[in-house]
Write a protein that binds this ligand. Structure first.
Ligand code: PMP
Length: 359
């Protein structure tokens, strides 16, 4: 079998090796059930035990208070771009902070259902920073304020949360479980699974219970959080295998020491790259220093041909998927929880070598 590479993909991205191995061991026969998790009825006790443990472990890891419901849904983060206005727009007004392309798409979708006020935007500066929402005008009777905690394409993250009266809704797809979050500060936290949780096809939605029951009549049943909460996320057949794999990842994060420990490792991993970039004569980080992401490190050489040569040469060394998003070019190293420190060290060593040969 070919050796595993260090995969810097923005998502779907690396899973912990021990998670994959456990899934492999249990793939054909899970425990003493005589069948694969994929073959279990979602209503059977053997499966609901897996489901309940997955939710309990996530609650534990994120210290989710009883005030909040945990839903494990399908349709990715993008489906929540629609579910959010459909579930929350009682007054028909919402505030969005436009800090990246996914934030923009979320706002565009919400416009289909009500009035959307863009409080602040960094779109005109290719989203190289989190826009200054402190100078923006929030809507007094907004149903919610939407942010994107980490901007996957541009490599920026919120260092401070807006203090708002309306429920704060965040797209945490590319940062959930990478740093400690105070869940009580949020009305809704949602995240597609394919970065820090498990395979794609699953979306974690953590919603404050008092926000349930406000959905518009036209809200499809499957997108209605109250319906899903009452049905234990099983209004229809859920992504059973994806949920099982998420559960294995949650157990792995616990074994690693929990989210606070992951955060320490992530700060160190990101610093290895940024310290090198700040002293490099060839490479340059693209996100503004203050807002640098710990999960997606974006950089360029300033010469598109050199960028392409670097991405190609790195891949030959087993450092793959370093090409930046098609909309911005350059490079992006996504270093989620499952990227080991050694992968980042190997990348920095390779960048040093490439620099010495190309300067
Ligand atoms: N939001 C963010 C911050 C993302 O990074 C992504 C995907 N990379 C999405 C939303 C869209 O997620 P999905 O493909 O799960 O719908």
């Amino acid at each position: 079998m070919m050796e595993r590479v260090y995969n810097f993909s923005p998502g779907p991205s690396m899973l912990a090796q021990s998670v994959l191995e456990k899934a492999q061991q249990e793939m054909v026969v899970y425990g003493n059930t005589g069948m694969s998790v994929m073959e279990m009825s979602h209503r059977s006790k053997m499966y609901t035990d897996i489901y309940d443990k997955t939710v309990a472990d996530l609650r534990d890891l994120m210290n989710i208070p009883d005030t909040h419901e945990v839903l494990l849904l399908q349709g990715g983060a993008t489906q929540q771009f629609s579910a959010i206005p459909l579930n929350l727009m009682v007054n028909g007004k919402a505030d969005y902070i436009d800090s990246g392309n996914f934030a923009h798409l979320a706002a565009e979708e919400a416009k289909r259902y009500g009035e959307v006020n863009i409080v602040a935007s960094s779109r005109d500066d290719v989203y190289t920073y989190i826009p200054d929402w402190k100078k923006g005008a929030f809507t007094p009777d907004a149903d919610y304020v939407h942010i994107t905690s980490n901007n996957t394409i541009y490599g920026t993250r919120y260092v401070e949360l807006p203090e708002v009266n309306a429920p704060l809704v965040t797209d945490a797809s590319s940062m959930i479980l990478s740093e400690v979050m105070d869940v009580s500060k949020f009305g809704v936290i949602y995240a597609g699974a394919q970065k820090n949780i498990g395979p794609s096809g699953l979306c974690v939605v953590i919603v404050r219970k008092d926000l349930l029951g406000k959905a518009k009549d036209i809200c499809p049943k499957l997108l209605n959080w109250e319906v899903q909460a009452k049905a234990g996320s099983m209004y229809n057949t859920p992504n059973t295998y994806g949920i099982y794999l998420a559960g294995l990842t949650f157990q792995w994060v616990k074994e690693m020491g929990g989210v606070a420990e992951m955060e320490k490792i992530n700060i160190e991993k990101a610093a290895l790259l940024y310290d090198f970039l700040d002293n490099s004569k060839l490479f340059k980080a693209t996100a503004q220093k203050e807002f640098r992401s710990r999960m997606n490190v974006t950089f360029i050489t300033g010469d598109a041909d050199k960028d392409a040569a670097f991405v190609k040469a790195a891949a030959a060394e087993g450092l793959v998927n370093l090409k930046g998003h098609r909309s911005v070019g350059g490079m992006r190293a996504s270093i989620y929880n499952a990227m080991p420190r050694e992968g980042v060290v190997k990348l920095v060593d390779f960048m040093k070598k490439f620099e010495a040969e190309n300067i």
